[in-house]
Design a protein around this ligand. Structure first.
Ligand code: SF4
Length: 234
């Protein structure tokens, strides 16, 4: 019989190590949010109009509240803690979630960070994990070293540029963002959360490795922006 992992830390001990899980309102379970300002690639892309990061929701709104920023910084500084895997696994295990999203804000910081995320996935085979990322190079480095992606982890590469073709060349699931529905690539699963109160409801497409391309509508900021030559009002 396979050894089943059980937490060795109390919830209080785990919280002291890795901080709290995040609670993205759209999702069916918890997440783990890091400061978007710490994104290695995203913080550069954010400076470039037409990139998805330029419109990143995690650089705005409630993500800028001092308490939220402090919680994300605490998580960020905990990544090097040797008990991080045990602590995060403990919190997810105790949450009872069956679906977990990495990084409703932020992204992978290093190969070591990726290895830790993968270790959490191996510990919790009954949980489905979704890891959206722009850090293709880190994932590809891991794969070149014959690293295995656990079956319960859906690594999904995010296209960097709005209306750009999906980055399918790596053979992993992907997501794209379109400024208008007609610009969504053919054959994609289009996210309809915005039409249903901005929640996933029963949809779990992002966690499903068989769903190769997911398309998100661009969330226009409240002010008027110009992206494709068409001006869009409030
Ligand atoms: S595609 Fe489905 S699972 Fe993904 S964010 Fe949209 S509603 Fe949620």
């Amino acid at each position: 019989m396979k050894n089943v992992w059980r937490p060795t830390l109390t919830t209080k001990e785990a919280l002291a190590v890795c901080g709290s899980l995040s609670n993205p309102s759209k999702m069916p379970g918890h997440g783990y949010a890091l400061p978007a300002q710490r994104c290695r690639l995203g913080s550069l892309l954010e400076l470039i109009p037409k990139t998805v990061c330029h419109y990143c929701y995690a650089l705005r709104g409630r993500y800028l509240f001092p308490a939220v920023k402090a919680a994300m910084e605490k998580r960020f500084s905990s990544l090097s803690d040797p008990r991080w895997v045990e602590a995060v696994s403990t919190l997810i295990y105790r949450s009872g979630d069956r679906h977990f999203r990495w990084h409703d804000s932020g992204d992978i910081q290093s190969l070591e960070h990726l290895r830790k995320i993968i270790a959490v996935s191996w510990k919790l085979p009954r949980v489905k994990f979704w890891l959206p990322t722009r850090e293709y190079q880190t994932i590809e480095a891991y794969r070149r070293m014959c690293g295995i992606i656990p079956p319960n982890l859906c690594v999904r590469y995010s296209a960097h540029v709005i209306d750009a073709p999906p980055p399918l060349q790596y053979g992993l699931p992907v997501s794209t963002v379109s400024s208008y529905p007609e610009k969504a690539p053919a054959g994609t699963h289009r996210c309809r959360a915005a039409k249903h109160g901005n929640v996933c409801g029963r949809c779990r497409a992002c966690w499903d490795r068989q769903v190769k391309i997911i398309n998100f509508p661009l969330k226009w900021p409240s002010s008027t922006f110009r992206i494709t030559g068409r001006e869009v009002g409030k």
